[in-house]
Design a protein around this ligand. Sequence first.
Ligand code: CAA
Length: 282
Amino acid sequence: MNIQRVGVVGAGTMGNGIAHVFARNGYGVVLCEVEQRFLDRGLETIGKNLEREVAKNKIAAADKAAALGRIEPVLDRAKLASCDFVVEAATEKLEIKTEIFRDLDRICRPEVVLASNTSSISITKLAALTKRPDKVIGMHFFNPVPVMKLVEVIRGLATTDETFQTVRDLAVKLEKTPVEVNDAPGFVSNRVLMPLINEAIYAVMEGVATPEAVDEVFKLGMAHPMGPLTLADFIGLDVCLDIMRVMLDGLGDPKYRPCPLLIKMVDAGWLGRKSGRGFYKY
Ligand code: CAA
């Protein structure tokens, strides 16, 4: 299938990063949001991050202008009808994604593959909401999207080989490395990462060490670029909690029980970097 125009639903942290890499690699992008201020913020971030790439001589100034010129910001979801491929990167809530997938199935041509950037919601469940479950797949990018090389490609129960190959080839064209994973709560990335973060939060709650000390252990002892609590703040504590709950619910094993301190911090609105406070102050 010849993919030239890509729809991206959501211009938040992940959506604007996804739009950035598609536009930088020559694809036309229809970037869809529910409010103008979210579109404005997303486009501003894309502009800043493209500028970073210009400053590092990764791209020329003309490439930045061309990439921005390839992005069409829209508020009307019906405009996605012109797209050859759509990736959804909306809020990580099943009710929100349910409404979007039903709508996309109605709007997009029947042969169009619908991908979700979900970090833990069942692809099989999203696929079953549509009349094209064979063409629904997970395309999970990592933050910051322009930098991180991985795309976790998740096959739902009904996803065909053809759909998988379409997404794998697209990831390669975006200069990413696709890794194939089957559908299971948290996939591989969060199945392994979130219990690490959750355990680090238990260590803080139980007074084993300060957040700074926990992070130093992982930076200096395991060569992680960020310690688990800095990373939790970067991802968003609400997102971490949602993912732990999806895993506890889907796998039923108490080892996925979210740490009470994580729940308390989310209740307090201490969501990490985006709210100005998490394990650290920003
Ligand atoms: N856009 C474009 N370029 C960016 C960027 C962005 N948003 N952010 C950083 N960069 C570039 C910088 O320009 C810099 O480029 P050079 O290497 O050419 O100098 C490079 O990335 C490194 O950035 P910095 O020097 O500013 O900072 P750093 O060395 O501390 O790296 C980091 C920052 C890349 C974020 C690094 O700390 C890191 O890899 N952290 C771990 C990130 C991670 O684990 N992400 C996954 C989160 S989990 C997830 O996303 C999925 C989920 O489901 C929850």
